[in-house]
Design a binder for this molecule. Structure first.
Ligand code: NDP
Length: 286
């Protein structure tokens, strides 16, 4: 039971648009826990000092976002197995001055799929992208028992590295060449198509673009875009127009946060309260 006021924070640099303070605070408030969730903008040079602060008894832990997800690892005492696989931490828990690192992005992705009755087990999955989010997704797919993962990325070396990571986890995976005919063929084979690139993100030069040719999309696929702003990217619109089921990244954001909340508090996350807060915050942003 918490008595004195505690703090939890998200750290990143820059840290303009994080939605974590809004929906995590709502979760603590729903339980009337004396916890304040803050946003700490931490330049790389200050990372060590901030981790010393996190060890203090009034700090339950932190969320970590770009660019610290990998750099934080040397400052932690214990790493969850998934962190060792993905090579990145998004949640730290302070247990009596001992810092534990977790990655809830991949499990959050799986919970988001489970919520709509989808399991990657036995499925051919097309993953587009090979950055940090793609690594978390591919490790989650391996854990969930995907049949085969097809990985397409603009920079082929990064796709090859991700295929090697998957192979190390016993997951069958192949590189898909970054060219229209190969992307179409891969999409047509896949029951689940996941966009892990930033193509389509609001307020970027690719906002009006899709990472895949429309012909890669088909009515038997679930198309999951990790992007949640805009709520419907060009990829998701084209997928919907072609009869596919579509889902945006809001649910992954929600569930990675819900899992972090459960690690800090040991209590079930008030998911519907958190979802309502997220949706309202995004609606305010337009
Ligand atoms: P990274 O910077 O690590 O990776 C970016 C990826 O996008 C790379 O594969 C990169 O390809 C690709 N990419 C960028 N621009 C282009 C382009 N013009 N054409 C083709 N490919 C491009 O970012 P993250 O992996 O951390 O994040 C990726 C996306 O996922 C972001 O939009 C982020 O907001 C979202 N995300 C959502 C989460 C959620 O909870 N819903 C959680 C985490 C991320 P290349 O290797 O060739 O550069």
């Amino acid at each position: 039971m918490l008595s004195a006021r505690q703090v939890v924070a998200v750290i990143g640099y820059p840290l303009k648009h994080s939605l974590s303070p809004v929906f995590q605070q709502a979760a603590f408030d729903a339980y009337r826990l004396p916890v304040t969730y803050e946003a700490w903008e931490v330049p790389p040079a200050s990372l060590a000092a901030v981790l010393t602060r996190v060890r203090q008894s009034d700090c339950l832990g932190i969320n970590i976002t770009i660019p610290h997800k990998e750099a934080v690892i040397p400052y932690l005492d214990y790493l969850d197995d998934l962190v060792r696989q993905v090579g990145a931490v998004n949640t730290v828990v302070n247990r009596s001055g001992v810092l534990w690192g977790y990655n809830t992005d991949g499990p959050g992705f799986l919970r988001a799929l489970a919520e709509v009755g989808v399991s990657p087990a036995g499925q051919v999955v097309l993953v587009v992208g090979a950055g940090g989010a793609a690594r978390a997704v591919v490790c989650a797919l391996a854990r969930a028992g995907a049949e085969r993962v097809l990985i397409a990325n603009r920079t082929p070396e990064r796709a090859r590295a991700l295929v090697a990571l998957a192979a190390g986890l016993g997951q069958a995976a192949v590189v898909v060449p970054w060219e229209p005919a190969a992307l179409v063929a891969a999409g047509q084979q896949a029951g689940l198509i996941v966009n892990c690139t930033s193509v389509g993100l609001r307020h970027t030069p690719t906002e009006a673009a899709s990472p895949l040719p429309a012909a890669a999309l088909h009515p038997d696929a679930l198309v999951y875009d990790l992007i949640y702003n805009p709520a419907e990217t060009v990829l998701l619109r084209q997928a919907r127009e072609r009869g596919a089921r579509t889902l945006n990244g809001l649910s992954m954001l929600l569930y990675q946060g819900a899992l972090a909340f459960e690690l800090w508090t040991g209590r079930p996350a008030p998911v519907e309260t958190m979802r309502a807060c997220l949706e309202a915050a995004l609606a305010r942003r337009g």
